[in-house]
Write a protein that binds this ligand. Structure first.
Ligand code: PAF
Length: 290
């Protein structure tokens, strides 16, 4: 695996791979890799002949009071985790490579970027789409892999690729969870002492919604109330949002119908975690995927 720090070299290597007929898969990450990221890498390796993983803690997607400085940076461990997985290139540019001092452009997917996560974290998705478009331009991947834990991010990136006619297919991979249901996240490392057990409340509240749906409940407000009641009963938690939304528009749903998501952002102590469950109606049957 080659470690690349410069945009120019990454771009040259990627162009050569494409010229040689390789199918290039990109897994964009901010590092601190866990099994969720590695599942994306495995999916890329199964479908592509050349895999690039990027590790870049993107300052543009963090708000002024968020955890940019504190975000875990573990490049040596990330490299060791990727080495056995058949990754061709690890692209880890410094901030000045991606954003020279005169950098002044941005990409914004309007509407979708302002809801839910976007409402709580103004400017977050603008930072995400800006860096992801840059990564797509640098690496020119045929496929790019994202996790469903960040369901709104994946939806917005898909919209961006469609709107801008980008030649990259977006692949969204399942959420990877700990045995007790906690969705894997680099931010789980912030959880202290009893917060780790408390953090299972996100999964528990989604599982309770699934149970209500399986018993026939279809009213979104009833399901969202159930989710919030379970989240509120956990003393270490504070809800940012917990809603049932349409999986395409991210607008609140009235009833579960078509494709919906139960989505949430919850503080456990000072750590903000997100999670979701996909609720899909097919042939009159509803399937809930945690
Ligand atoms: O999901 C992430 O880790 C980041 O938002 C991404 C897609 C790598 C962009 O910085």
């Amino acid at each position: 695996m080659e470690l690349i720090h410069t945009v120019d070299w990454m771009n040259q290597v990627a162009r050569q791979a494409r010229t040689d007929g390789a199918i290039v898969g990109l897994v964009p990450t901010m590092g601190a890799l866990h099994d969720g990221h590695l599942s994306l890498v495995r999916a890329a390796r199964d479908e592509c002949s050349s895999v690039v993983v990027s590790v870049f803690v993107n300052p543009k997607q963090f708000g002024p009071t968020e955890d940019f400085d504190r975000y875990p940076r573990t490049l040596d461990a990330d490299r060791a985790a990727l080495e056995p997985l058949g990754v061709g290139h690890l692209f880890a540019p410094p901030v000045e490579e991606m954003y020279p001092s005169d950098f002044s452009s941005a990409v914004l997917v309007e509407g979708l970027s302002e809801r839910l996560e976007g409402r709580s974290r103004p400017g977050h998705f603008r930072g995400v789409t800006t860096v992801v478009l840059k990564l797509f331009e640098i690496v020119q991947p045929s496929y790019a892999y994202f996790g469903r834990k960040d369901a709104q991010q994946a939806r917005i990136i898909r919209q961006m690729t469609r709107d801008l006619n980008l030649d990259t297919q977006i692949v969204v991979c399942p959420i990877v969870r700990e045995p007790d249901g906690l969705a894997l996240s680099s931010r789980n490392s912030y959880l202290q002492g009893p917060e780790r057990a408390a953090a299972t409340v996100l999964h528990r509240s989604l599982a309770a919604v699934r149970e209500r749906i399986e018993r026939g409940e279809r009213r979104a407000d009833v399901l969202a109330d159930e989710m919030r009641a379970i989240l509120s009963a956990e003393p270490l938690s504070a809800i940012d949002y917990a809603e049932i939304v349409d999986a395409d528009t991210f607008e609140p749903a009235m009833r579960v119908h078509g494709s919906c998501l139960a989505v949430m952002a919850v503080f456990i102590g000072s750590t903000r975690l997100i999670d979701n469950m996909l609720i899909e109606e097919r042939d009159g049957r509803i399937t809930c995927t945690l």
